[in-house]
Design a protein around this ligand. Structure first.
Ligand code: ADP
Ligand code: F6P
Length: 465
């Protein structure tokens, strides 16, 4: 292994995915999801090494340099992709940690693959990290890595951050391997969560299900301490705002409005196509508003974009079909011959196009059933010019704890969602401005830099030996 790093991020995903086209040509594309959006600017600033999977099973890729830091690709076989990634990570942990909004499956072979792959990541980190370096392990796919890495390299400073919710005790206890996951996380010096409730869930589990002693926000693990605290993640607010103000994005926003026929009101949804994002409920609620004549399809368009995600996992296939059917039915029943009331694209878009969409959206509708944070909500606030936009936000997104001036909704209550969407459109402009001013203040003062500085500053203080 070449050159060792003083700062190492370990995440299931790399910032870029390796895409091999049918003719064999290779391309690298920005990876999907909030983790990459958040960590990329941190790595550009910090430098060091990012260890992760490059998105293509059965392929070995050499270490390379990207945006000034080192990228260390970890291979996965096809069967590990099925059992560790699609299986244990995304059909066991993902639904379990998101309030079981889908049914979690428990399979012993999936767990075995999870252990094998976590060990591979831990060994790679042990090899890449310099003496006394800081290693920051990310997210639910790698919860065993802190303990495995600690055993291999006791000299390291180890942090862990969970990007998704940490479930209430009653749900976590379903997991046959619950104790091993807790011990895995306790290998870190500092475990960060999105919200205080998640850190409290973790500490309560440690108190009731392990022999470790707890004092306030820390656990005694042998002769060291593991701290657990909330660090709400954010975005590169300035970077997003500057992008949205660039001449290219302003021109793209204009072209988008031309394509949509300059409606009076644009409602916008932006998500990975994931059942936790509340798309079924959102489309039904807005569809009913059109059907009942409370929204006029001649004046209002609902633009929904959804990045393809985890496409071979059953629940995701079902969701894709359901949304296609639902949107098709609503549009065929309501649309005239021109633009349909719901413009739906199942695709990922470049960041500049996302910024253009945020610019033209009068109302962003962000209604997950459960979400660790939800960066889309913050991106909208950062990118929308002026203060006359409105954010409709689910109470069950971590972001609702900070963006309190959003129009908050319970996404399970369709009537409430319909009323709140209408209120966000129809409220007097002064009321919308008052709310948006407060939201903008929040995202300007709580940036990704502040998040990384807080976490890494605490990690250094708390693990000082
Ligand atoms: P998650 O991490 O669960 O995907 P977040 O809302 O925190 O959810 O982050 C999603 C990220 O993916 C955001 O940075 C958003 O801009 C990006 N994104 C979502 N949908 C699309 C899309 N259709 N095209 C491009 N980027 C998208
Ligand atoms: O933030 C949640 C998260 O699951 C990340 O861990 C992940 O990188 C991202 O969303 C996208 O999911 P996936 O990596 O499975 O495509």
């Amino acid at each position: 292994m070449s050159e060792r790093a003083r700062f190492v991020v370990v995440a299931n995903r790399l910032p870029v995915d390796r895409i091999v086209a049918e003719d064999g040509t290779v391309d690298w594309r920005t990876s999907p999801g909030g983790l990459v959006t958040a960590l990329e600017p941190v790595m550009r600033k910090q430098g060091g090494a990012w260890i992760g999977w490059h998105g293509a099973p059965d392929e070995e890729v050499e270490r390379f340099t990207h945006d000034g830091y080192s990228v260390v690709p970890i291979p996965l076989t096809s069967s590990e992709f099925e059992e560790y990634y699609e299986g244990f990570s995304n059909a066991t942990l993902w639904p379990l940690y998101h309030d079981t909004v889908a049914f979690p499956e428990f399979h012993r072979e999936w767990w075995d693959a999870y252990v094998v792959v976590n060990r591979r990541f831990a060994e790679a980190a042990a090899e890449v990290a310099d003496e006394g370096a800081t290693v920051w392990v990310q997210d639910y796919q790698l919860q065993l890595v802190p303990q495995m890495l600690r055993e291999l390299r006791p000299d390291l400073r180890i942090g862990f951050f969970l990007h998704i919710p940490f479930p209430p005790v009653e749900l976590f206890l379903q997991l046959p391997w619950r104790r091993k996951i807790l011990e895995g996380l306790l290998g870190a010096d500092l475990v960060g969560f999105q919200v205080a409730g998640a850190a409290a869930n973790f500490l309560r589990l440690v108190r009731t299900r392990t022999d470790h002693k707890i004092e306030r926000d820390h656990v005694r693990v042998g002769d060291r301490l593991c701290h657990a605290k909330a660090y709400p993640i954010s975005i590169d607010t300035e970077g997003f705002a500057a992008l949205a103000e660039s001449p290219e994005v302003i021109a793209e926003a204009q072209a988008l409005l031309d394509d949509l026929g300059h409606p009076k009101t644009v409602l916008l949804g932006v998500d990975r196509l994931d059942y936790t994002k509340g798309l079924r409920q959102r489309v039904r609620a807005i569809g009913e508003l059109f059907e009942e004549g409370r929204l006029d399809p001649a004046e209002v368009v609902f633009l929904q974009v959804a990045t393809p995600s985890r496409e071979r996992v059953e629940e995701y296939k079902r969701l894709r079909d359901d949304i296609d059917l639902l949107v098709g039915r609503i549009n065929s029943e309501l649309g005239g011959v021109g633009r349909p009331p719901i413009v739906y694209r199942h695709a990922g878009f470049p960041r500049a196009t996302m910024a253009a969409m945020y610019r033209i959206a009068d109302v962003a509708v962000v209604t997950p059933l459960r979400d660790g944070m939800n960066l889309v909500a913050k991106e909208y606030v950062a990118c929308h010019p002026g203060t006359d936009g409105a954010l409709v936000l689910s109470e069950f997104a971590g972001a609702a704890k900070e963006l309190k001036q959003a129009y908050l909704v319970n996404p399970y209550d369709l009537n409430d969602m319909k009323d709140v969407v209408l209120r966000a459109i129809e409220d007097p402009v002064e009321e919308r401005r008052r709310r948006m001013r407060a939201l903008k203040r929040q995202v300007k003062t709580h940036t990704i830099d502040a998040w990384a500085d807080n976490f890494l500053g605490d990690l250094e203080k708390l693990s000082r030996r």
